[in-house]
Write a protein that binds this ligand. Sequence first.
Ligand SMILES: [Mn+2]
Length: 199
Amino acid sequence: MLELDLNQHIQAIAYQIPKEGNVFNGDSFFMKVTSDYFICVVADGLGSGEHAYHSSNAISQEVEKNHDKEVDVLIECCNQVLKDKRGATISILKVNFLQKTFTYSSVGNIQFVLSCPSGRFIYPLPILGYLSGKPQKYRCETYSYEEGAKFILHTDGLVIPGIKSLISSACSIEEISDYLESHAKTGKDDLTYIVGQLL
Ligand SMILES: [Mn+2]
């Protein structure tokens, strides 16, 4: 499954494939572009199959319903909808085009890296754990970005050595996505990535 979203400020490609033999994908994502901001969420439901899907899908639906809210509010809303569900890891990214900043918050093993044309990398430190409706501490940080910055957000089903050199290369995001997709054969885990460029 491949999805493309773009305007004059961003181009983003999302790709998803379930674990080999599974119908349900335990990962979910949502992304949306408006004239002012881009928001995306990637969630990895604990385990795999239908129960994993119910947890991660609850997160993507919550962000879809409330995409205009701030990231710190959204992540707590997502925690609340996981009460009585198995749980999920999560990353939320929201980009403010006018301020040229982005806010990122994550719990668990979803990886994010952003590479600026100047050579600067932004690689927020992960918080261990997962959301399951229990009280949880979050880290929610805002960074500035340069035009041309590229980023990738991916679940642990994608295992690619040298992801930082790939994202900082001169390749377009279509080329990066083609490369990732060709390496993302169905395997031991569900897999989701979002690759994008801020313009
Ligand atoms: Mn996983």
